[in-house]
Design a protein around this ligand. Structure first.
Ligand code: ZN
Length: 306
């Protein structure tokens, strides 16, 4: 009885104690969990800060690279904007030299090297290499040709500083010389083709086969060409590569041995000819040895018939 009473008196205290112990245990467990969570958060924050620092430094690097590239783009754009003006200034200087040559106030002579019917994937690039190596600007009378390789060639010819001129789109002699309209529509087609490709409008033309090929159509064609702002160029010198296969030496001599009495030469060549390609360095050197300055054609030249 007495023992029972003791149990009765201890029990509430024991229960309270048990609850207290349990509460402490739960509290302790929660505290531990919170401490662990806080520690994990600290580690996560550190990781994020490290990552952010990295990103920030990469961003700073990228920004400085970006600023550098932007400056380069601006510089190149300025050159591109100035280029048409530079071309005009250069042509004005060419015109002055041409006037002096014609007036006989200089002992210099002028040779306009012209290449017809291209561009040719297989050979035109090699022609451009030879011209580059000899610091020569020339004139390319181009047809309308499509294809990635051709696109790059058109751009290279123009961007190097050579003159790009119109030689009709198709060069199909029978068809284009069937009427004035047939000829003009082929010219317009090629003008648009080159405009789309390079953003430039050609103003010099060469009749396929030469202007005499137009026969009785020539006057009618010329009237339209003038309205469109075109002048045309024939030639007074040729390697002969459009007609017969001969040796490079014969092609060279066809040009170098037929200069007597000509202070301005327009030399007809075709950039498909491997023989002319072989002869070209000696043609260039030989003409320079005869006091010829090699220039690209320009609309105001006296050799451009208007
Ligand atoms: Zn031709």
């Amino acid at each position: 009885m007495e023992r029972k009473n003791r149990i009765h008196s201890i029990l509430p205290s024991a229960v309270i104690l048990l609850f207290a112990v349990l509460s402490f245990a739960v509290l302790g467990y929660n505290c531990l969990r919170m401490y662990q969570t806080a520690e994990q958060s600290r580690q996560h924050i550190q990781l994020l800060q490290t990552e952010n620092d990295q990103i920030r430094s990469e961003l700073e690097q990228t920004s400085s690279i970006l600023a550098e590239k932007d400056a380069q783009i601006q510089e190149l754009q300025a050159i591109e904007t100035a280029l048409p003006g530079m071309r005009d200034q250069y042509y004005a200087a060419c015109k002055q030299l041409e006037d002096a040559v014609l007036a006989g106030t200089t002992d210099k002579k002028i040779a306009y090297l012209t290449f017809d019917d291209g561009p040719y994937e297989a050979t035109t690039g090699q022609y451009l290499d030879v011209l580059d190596q000899h610091d020569v600007l020339a004139t390319f009378f181009q047809l309308g040709k499509t294809g990635d390789g051709d696109d790059a060639l058109y751009r290279r010819i123009y961007n190097t500083g050579h003159t790009i001129a119109n030689h009709t789109y198709s060069h199909q002699i029978k068809r284009i010389y069937s009427s004035v309209d047939a000829f003009i529509s082929d010219v317009v087609r090629n003008r648009t083709f080159i405009q789309d490709k390079l953003g430039i409008t050609t103003n010099i033309l060469r009749f396929p086969g030469g202007s005499s090929t137009a026969g009785p159509l020539k006057d009618g064609i010329m009237e339209k060409l003038r309205e469109m702002g075109y002048g045309y160029v024939d030639w007074n010198s040729a390697t002969g590569d459009g007609i017969a296969l001969a040796s490079p030496e014969e092609y060279r001599d066809n040009v170098l041995n037929n200069t007597a009495g000509r202070s301005i030469l327009v030399v007809l060549m075709h950039d498909y000819s491997n023989v002319t390609l072989t002869a070209l360095p000696e043609i260039i050197d030989g003409l320079r040895a005869q006091n010829y300055v090699l220039l690209p054609l320009f609309y105001e030249s006296t050799m451009v018939n208007k």
